[in-house]
Design a binder for this molecule. Structure first.
Ligand SMILES: Cc1ncc(COP(=O)(O)O)c(C=O)c1O
Length: 424
């Protein structure tokens, strides 16, 4: 679309200070491969794969054509009750086959937040269906991000994301980020008979990119099993190759009861999310007539979005991209480690999957509360798009990224940090 951009924008951006953003939105006009371009024609390396989703990279005509073909034939139709469509059936089969537990069922929704709502409601509903309705508590980690719907907000491990909304789901509990024993202590204190599920991102994303400590995920899986608590792996960021496997849990040898996914399932070309439901959790609903999960959004199993998902999975598999998240993880970490040369950086994180973060020091941020935005702007002025989190800058490039792109990223990071350091 051409023409002047309306500078008194009516578009309210998520997570934005609109008093500033409305005057100067950063408008992305086109994209291809690992690059995006703004309205002035400036090219940027997309070091975040959009919002952690563009796993196969930009400009994939194959996905666009698959979605177009489907939209011409049947753009959308209900899947409530007995209605179905071929793309939803096919994609569910493909995902089930690739899931860690054979025979898993797939519940489709519109995105990651809806997937979290679905998985957590299903955890509670499962226990009520098997005669344990008092199992309602949901446990999450500090730093966790599980979307912005009602339950996801109640599970926010980033305090700012829950602040100001008043109480939502009260039966939640936060545990420290890396402490499996603390999880067990919480379960014992709450009473295992009152706890439905523990939800965990294998690598915490929006909370600052925190990889799990060795053995953590294996330990929490055992604790959940021991106390009859469902393990929900939130693979919304970590799935579809980001950690080197389809659903991220494979890497740790764990079989979650429920897995939430979104983003990489279509590489973001169209919105889609869902839950992989293990046979154990599906059983009361699939095997007992009359036990119904009264839940589901209008666009569950949207055929056009599912067609995009099928094409995306075909590309991920054909080009060996699923493995690349793990193959490139050390290279990305190495590229970010240039940050350790600067006193404004307190920590460089990453090394588990193709995602990482550079944390700015508390002293720099106390002098420059907008320090992360400043670093993001410095990177942008050097042709690299990154994601500003609370105290760190995040990186999660497309899985098709090459080493020369990582060199460009590393150089831009070094120069940007140098510019910040000169202020101190
Ligand atoms: C781990 C995790 N869960 C859930 C969500 C929410 O997904 P959505 O923004 O598609 O609702 C996100 C979004 O970034 C996420 O990172």
């Amino acid at each position: 679309m051409k023409g002047p951009i309306n500078m008194t924008s009516s578009f309210w951006h998520p997570f934005a200070d609109m008093s500033k953003v409305s005057k100067k939105p950063f408008i992305i006009e086109r994209s291809d491969d690992v690059y995006v371009w703004d309205t002035e024609g400036n090219q940027y390396l997309d070091a975040t794969a959009g919002l952690w989703y563009m796993n196969v990279g930009h400009g994939r005509k194959e996905i666009v054509e698959a979605a177009t073909k489907q939209a011409e034939q049947l753009p959308v139709y209900s899947t409530f009750g007995d209605f179905s469509n071929r793309p939803a059936e096919t994609l569910a089969e493909m995902l089930s086959e690739r899931s860690p537990s054979p025979g898993s069922k797939i519940f489709f929704v519109g995105g990651g937040g809806e997937a979290v709502e679905t998985a957590t409601k299903l955890a509670r509903r499962y226990f009520s269906a098997i005669g344990k309705p008092e199992k309602t508590y949901l446990i999450h980690r500090h730093h966790s991000y599980h979307g912005t719907n009602g339950i996801g907000t109640s599970l926010a491990g980033i305090p700012a994301n829950a602040a100001g909304f008043g109480p939502m789901v009260r039966e939640t509990e936060e545990v420290p980020t890396h402490d499996a024993e603390a999880l067990e202590a919480s379960i014992v204190r709450l009473g295992a008979d009152n706890v439905a599920a523990f939800i965990v991102e294998p690598v915490i994303g929006a909370g600052g990119v925190h990889p799990p400590q060795p053995g953590y995920l294996e330990a929490v899986a055992q604790i959940c099993a021991r106390h009859d608590i469902l393990l929900i792996v939130d693979a919304v960021i970590c799935g579809f190759g980001r950690l080197g496997g389809w659903f991220s849990s494979e890497r740790f040898g764990i079989k979650p009861d429920l897995i939430t996914f979104a983003k990489g399932v279509t590489s973001g070309y169209l919105p889609l999310g869902g839950v992989v439901v293990s046979p154990k959790v599906a059983s009361p609903f699939w095997d007992q007539p009359g036990t119904i999960f009264r839940h589901g959004p209008t666009y569950a199993g949207h055929p056009t979005c599912c067609a995009a998902g099928i094409a995306n999975i075909t590309i991920l598999e054909r080009e060996g991209l699923i493995e690349r998240g793990a193959q490139l993880e050390k290279d990305l970490l190495e590229a970010l480690k240039v940050g350790e040369n600067y006193s404004v950086v307190s920590e460089v994180r990453g090394g588990v999957g193709l995602l990482g973060a550079v944390e700015l020091s508390a002293s720099f941020l106390s002098n420059y509360p907008q320090g992360i935005m400043m670093l993001q702007d410095e990177m942008r002025s050097r042709g690299v798009v990154t994601r500003a989190l609370a105290t760190s800058l995040a990186f999660s490039p497309p899985l098709i990224i090459e080493n020369h792109h990582l060199e460009q990223l590393s150089q831009a990071l070094s120069d940007s940090l140098h510019a910040l350091e000169k202020l101190t």
